[in-house]
Design a binder for this molecule. Structure first.
Ligand SMILES: O=C(O)C(=O)Cc1ccccc1
Length: 333
């Protein structure tokens, strides 16, 4: 267990509620994402070895929340994370954070690029550097690592690899030599992280929010996906992510991972959820939370809250008994 870098005074109560889990060891991009969470400052941080351990900490009450990578600008959704959120009941996303990611190739002192045969790398990092690796080390082998920092650490723990893909800050943590800088295929790559908890309380709407959902299609017939998408389009809701993931019970069965602009407290988003629920056999609400980029949600004024509430009031009025003129509420004769 480590303490947050800007930790508060030692007399802080050390209850379980104070613990945040993240993919360690210290120096990972996931830790950089957790540093952006004001509520986590001064709390205890638990470095774990994989996503499953981070989420189990939350579900089993060892941590109040876990930071996980969910999407990157090169590969899209992190499928293991999407599948975990789809299959572990009770998890909610309570915040999102963006971390620019770039990578260096490091090795034990004395190693040169010409010596490198095998590279240790986290699979997501490896995928983001493969063009550089294929160009400069065309016959290299890949050894998967549990994190970007673990990849470099393992060079000193008997790893068969000669080099590792790591974050630039790795030089502050290990006595490595940098064989090459900026080996990421996209210099502007960004990874999106989410803070996951089991709390039922949803962050307050800010006007710059996002709602994450997972929905299954009712049946395998033409237009099912269109029906799903229409729930959003007919309510003026923009989607920032839609990805299909296999449900896993039969070939060709998929669930859809969706990020929609807006908050469940927005009438148009709540109405879209009701629409989804009416036709989908399974809709999971993963949470509404402020967008990391702070960008306010733009939508056509035809879909503002008052339009929905006015329509509901109108509907109710259609079947209300007409009151005789002058009658008062609750008045008895
Ligand atoms: O947090 C890290 O450093 C990781 O190892 C996971 C990861 C891998 C690639 C991009 C972002 C996060």
């Amino acid at each position: 267990m480590s303490s947050a870098p800007d930790s508060a005074p030692a007399e802080l109560p050390a209850s379980l509620d104070d613990v945040y889990s993240f993919l360690g060891p210290s120096g990972t991009f996931t830790e950089a994402a957790l540093k952006q969470v004001p509520e986590a400052r001064g709390k205890r941080w638990r470095a774990v070895n994989n996503l499953g351990e981070a989420l189990a900490d939350v579900v089993e009450g060892r941590s109040v929340a876990a930071m996980i990578a969910i999407e990157n600008s090169i590969e899209g959704g992190v499928s293991v994370a999407q599948d975990a959120l789809a299959t572990i009941p009770g998890l909610r996303i309570i915040g999102e954070y963006l971390v620019p990611v770039n990578f260096v190739l490091v090795a034990r002192p004395g190693t040169t690029l010409a010596d490198v045969r095998t590279v240790n790398a986290h699979p997501v990092a490896y995928a983001q550097c493969h063009q550089w690796l294929d160009r400069h080390l065309p016959d290299h082998g890949h050894l998967p690592a549990s994190s970007n920092v673990a990849a470099a650490a393992s060079l000193f723990e008997g790893s068969a690899a000669d080099a590792a893909v790591a974050p630039p800050g790795i030089v502050d943590h290990h006595d490595v030599v940098v064989l090459a800088d900026n080996i990421g295929d996209n210099p502007n790559a960004v990874t999106r992280f989410v803070l996951v908890s089991t709390t039922r309380s949803v962050p307050e709407p800010t006007g710059a929010d996002k709602t994450s959902l997972i929905a299954e299609l009712p049946d395998d017939r033409p237009g099912s996906l269109l029906d799903l998408l229409e729930q959003f389009s007919t309510r003026g809701i923009n989607l920032s992510l839609i990805e299909s993931r296999p449900i896993g019970d039969a070939l060709g069965r998929y669930r859809f991972v969706i990020d929609a602009d807006g908050h469940i407290a927005d009438e148009r988003v709540a109405d879209a959820l009701l629409g989804l629920r009416r036709f989908s056999p399974s809709v999971m609400f993963l949470g509404s939370y402020p967008r990391a980029d702070g960008q306010r949600v733009e939508f056509d004024q035809r879909y503002r809250d008052e339009v929905f509430t006015e329509a509901r009031t109108w509907l109710a009025s259609l079947t209300e008994e007409e009151r005789p003129a002058g009658a008062q509420d609750g008045a008895s004769a």
